[in-house]
Write a protein that binds this ligand. Structure first.
Ligand code: MRU
Length: 347
């Protein structure tokens, strides 16, 4: 299928989500017309990836708005706020979710028209967030390409999780950099960590690469250090779910391990993310809320239980890579040393 992948799409008065829990075995869409179903789709990870859940939540706000029956403006705004609260409760780590809901609430509050006109403006705003995200990712891709090491001529990159088209409105952040490198003839191969426990690398990143003919090798997460020692990796590029003002970056669990082993092998480690992923209100990464998910993600693979009874589990979905392990944060405005991102606050 060499056509662009759009995980969240407004189509015939409803939202179409690619069902990411069924990939790569089935490419199907789920139709969402109610905000409750959107909240469920976000928490069950039918749609996932920081920018993608922001876009999904923006449409969710519109779906919620059109379910509100009052014509009283103040009452409408109060109910819309409750809709926002429901969506905010779905996943705690990716700040894009909160950023998009805030933006939708501001749109509603600043629209002086009738309730019907506010609802109309909310759809326009969600579509704008959707379209902007694709452009943002393309800019990240271009800036990332410029930030990559200049030699060798063709690079082998390593990524973790899926920060691709599926995780955004399209094109991807870390995978946007990979796509740009591929298009410009600078990519030899992408190594994709399988990304236990939910296997976003094995299932989703590799699927995206196969759609476009990008050479991809899936490795188990535990193989990264070995591959680096063998000289197989020239640079690491990952996405982020929330970046604190000092440049500490939360991303899929296992990213921190990768940053440490990259440092040990003197391999540059890049984080690619839009400005909407930077949480300037948090001074450092220790303040980033880390989602903990159901232990079944650890003890069950398909229908098979892989651990004996009586075992305890700990399943944090994200970790925080300290800024000092990051060579640059690649945004739509350029690539910056982690300490410099604070200057982007008023863009
Ligand atoms: O739990 P997920 O699959 O939503 O986690 C996704 C990631 O950690 C991505 O790397 C991150 O959201 C960046 S997506 C451009």
């Amino acid at each position: 299928m060499n056509t662009p992948v759009y995980p969240v799409r407004w189509h015939h008065n409803r939202v179409l989500l690619i069902d990411q829990n069924r990939l790569p075995n089935e490419y199907t869409h789920v139709e969402i017309s109610r905000v409750e179903d959107m909240a469920q789709a976000i928490s069950t990870m039918i749609v996932r990836g920081a920018p993608a859940i922001g876009v999904a939540a923006a449409y969710g706000m519109y779906l919620g708005a059109r379910e509100i029956s009052t014509t009283d403006r103040a009452e409408f705004l109060a109910q819309l706020h409750e809709t926002g609260k429901m969506l905010r409760a779905t996943r705690p780590t990716a700040v894009n979710l909160f950023w998009a809901i805030d933006r939708m609430e501001k749109t509603a509050a600043s629209c002086a028209g009738s309730v019907a006109e506010i609802a109309e403006q909310l759809l326009v705003a969600a579509q704008k967030i959707n379209a902007e995200d694709i452009e943002t990712c393309q800019a990240i891709g271009a800036h990332g390409l410029a930030a990559l090491p200049s030699s060798p001529d063709k690079l082998c990159l390593l990524t973790h999780c899926n920060a691709g088209a599926l995780a955004t409105a399209g094109y991807g952040t870390a995978l946007g950099v990979v796509r740009s490198a591929w298009t410009e003839g600078r990519l030899a191969r992408l190594y994709a960590d399988e990304t236990r426990p939910r296997l976003q690398g094995a299932r989703l990143t590799s699927w995206e690469c196969v759609q476009e003919g990008i050479p991809v090798t899936v490795i188990a997460d535990s193989m990264a250090a070995h591959c680096m020692k063998q000289g197989l990796i020239d640079a690491v590029v990952v996405g982020a779910d929330r970046i604190a003002a000092n440049g500490d970056a939360a991303n899929k669990i296992g990213t921190y391990n990768l940053a440490i082993v990259a440092k040990a092998h003197n391999i540059p480690f890049f984080v690619a993310a839009p400005l909407s992923t930077i949480d300037f209100s948090l001074s450092d990464g220790s303040l980033i809320p880390i989602e903990e998910r159901h232990p079944a993600e650890l003890y069950q693979i398909g229908e098979t239980i892989v651990c004996p009874p009586g075992v305890e589990f700990y399943n944090p979905a994200f970790d925080v890579t300290p800024a000092h392990l990051i060579q640059a944060i690649i945004t739509e405005f350029g690539a910056f040393a982690p300490a410099e991102i604070v200057n982007l606050q008023h863009r």
